[in-house]
Design a protein around this ligand. Structure first.
Ligand SMILES: Cc1ncc(COP(=O)(O)O)c(C=O)c1O
Length: 481
């Protein structure tokens, strides 16, 4: 990784054996060295520096961070790239707060990540929710149709920006190029939450990257699909619709004033690997996935989400590296299948829902990984019918509840606990978010319905994790007084 300017500097620092009277408190890892079994922490600690002589400041970069960010911008096709140390969550919040003032409206898909709703709370923004298309059989959200966006802009001509999640958790991609044209036709800003799509530029077989499609701001969790450390992301800007000074200010508000050099360096290393070896590695990965998919496709009872969805439900393309498997025909819910794979075969999926398991495959996965997954699924299929029961069917709607208060007002109003069972018609003071995939059933400020209460019961019965409610037993909910 000789071209990673950040890694070079960290190595130089470590070799200089500087006597540290600065942060962090582990003193170049020395504290860790006094303890056994710290699994390399002492070594990692040597690289964990802060802003000292020779390093740079993420919030006002002039040296090595500036240079590393410029290399990233050039590789990803952006005009400016910002390294992010608080995840795409903080990038999304900063992006929105940079383009809209309190009480401004922004168009957001209902299946947006929680960080987008958090941006509404922090920035005092008003969401205009649009519905993604739903696949009624799979019961997952699919693409957002360009027509849906255009109608929402025409109905709310004062909106400041449109947010699109591209791709979604299942690798589903809307027609981002067409959406970009529409948003710009009305002189609005397009922010793309590309948390799951940093790898798109590595192959022509993958969907177009949203920077290429003309988006103004793109937030990518490099840590999800390229090889960087957890929490490290990038925010890219293209074109002249964004006020860079304001964006930089929002990034300082939403990020740590002690940015981790380990995270920033891992971003630089990920860019290096992607730039120098990414196309070859991605080609290998796609070959392995192709092999796996061909083998699976012939097995009765195991289904893959594949290119056949393109052209339906607002889907323009799919991310082939997202392996979405359904074995409900064999009586196995996604949650059960995920548990089986982990408990009996030592294979960990990214997530499961009632019907599917979702694997994130990256250039780090080998042919052996796919062989193991294939053999495990065949084994599970062969045992099925002997040891597994049919799953209960589950009904859960993705209807957008009535918005009675802005997210910000709802968060700061007084609340009281009432029985969840008796909360129909009340304004929720809490989120209710099945996670994964993280689509809110209710956000603060929205009206609770009977469908929501039944939906929560049904999801819990099927083992889906629900976050947001304070009461872990789901008996009580906070509502606005
Ligand atoms: C669509 C989407 N956006 C944003 C995020 C937040 O990204 P990060 O974990 O990098 O903060 C996630 C996390 O899962 C996500 O799925």
């Amino acid at each position: 990784m000789e071209n990673s300017i950040l890694l070079k500097k960290l190595k130089e620092n470590a070799e200089e054996k500087i006597i540290s009277f600065h942060m962090p408190g582990h003193k170049n890892g020395k504290v860790y060295n006094g303890y056994k079994d710290l699994y390399g922490f002492g070594k990692i600690g040597k690289l964990d520096v802060t802003e000292i002589k020779g390093t740079d400041n993420l919030h006002a970069p002039e040296g090595i961070i500036k240079e590393a960010q410029e290399k990233a911008a050039s590789f990803f096709g952006a005009d400016y790239t910002f390294f992010i140390v608080n995840g795409t969550s903080s990038a999304n919040i900063s992006a929105l707060m940079s383009v809209a003032n309190p009480n401004d409206q922004v168009i957001v898909p209902r299946d947006c990540h929680k960080s987008i709703t958090n941006a509404m709370i922090l920035g005092g923004l008003i969401p205009v929710y649009i519905s993604p298309e739903i696949d009624p059989v799979r019961n997952i959200s699919m693409g957002v149709k360009p027509k849906t966006i255009e109608e929402a802009i025409l109905e709310n001509p004062d909106i400041k920006a449109v947010v699109i999640t591209y791709p979604n958790y299942y690798g589903i991609c809307s027609d981002i190029e067409e959406i970009s044209k529409i948003v710009h036709k009305y002189n609005k800003v397009l922010i793309v939450d590309e948390a799951h799509g940093s790898h798109f530029g590595l192959s022509d077989e993958l969907p177009m990257s949203s920077i290429e499609a003309g988006a103004d701001i793109v937030c990518q969790s490099i840590h999800k699909t390229l090889p960087s450390f957890t929490q490290s992301s990038m925010l890219h800007v293209k074109g002249d619709r964004i006020n860079l000074e304001r964006l930089k200010f929002m990034l300082t508000i939403n990020q740590s004033s002690s940015p981790s050099y380990l995270l920033m360096t891992s971003l630089d290393i990920a860019r290096e690997i992607a730039q120098n070896h990414g196309k070859r590695l991605m080609n290998d990965l796609l070959n392995n996935i192709n092999y796996f998919s061909n083998e699976i496709r012939d097995i009765n009872g195991i289904e893959l989400l594949d290119v056949s969805v393109i052209g339906k439900y607002g889907v323009k393309n799919i991310d082939l590296t997202r392996v979405v498997i359904n074995m409900t025909k064999l009586g196995l819910s996604g949650v059960q299948l995920e548990d089986l794979l982990r408990n009996e075969y030592n294979i960990q999926m990214e997530m499961s829902d009632t019907n599917h398991i979702v694997a994130i495959a990256t250039i780090g996965n080998t042919r052996d990984d796919f062989e193991s997954l294939l053999q495990a699924l065949i084994d599970i299929k062969n045992k099925n019918g002997i040891i597994y029961n049919k799953m209960d069917s589950i009904s859960f709607g993705y209807n957008i509840p009535k918005v009675r208060l802005s997210p910000r007002d709802a968060v700061f109003r007084n609340k009281k606990d009432i029985l969840f069972e008796n909360s129909v018609g009340k304004i929720s003071g809490e989120y209710i978010v099945p996670y994964p995939p993280g689509i809110p059933m209710v956000c603060p400020g929205e009206e609770i319905t009977k469908e929501i209460i039944e939906g929560v019961k049904s999801l819990r019965k099927n083992g889906i994790n629900i976050i947001g409610m304070n009461d872990e037993c789901f008996m009580k909910i906070k509502v606005i007084e």
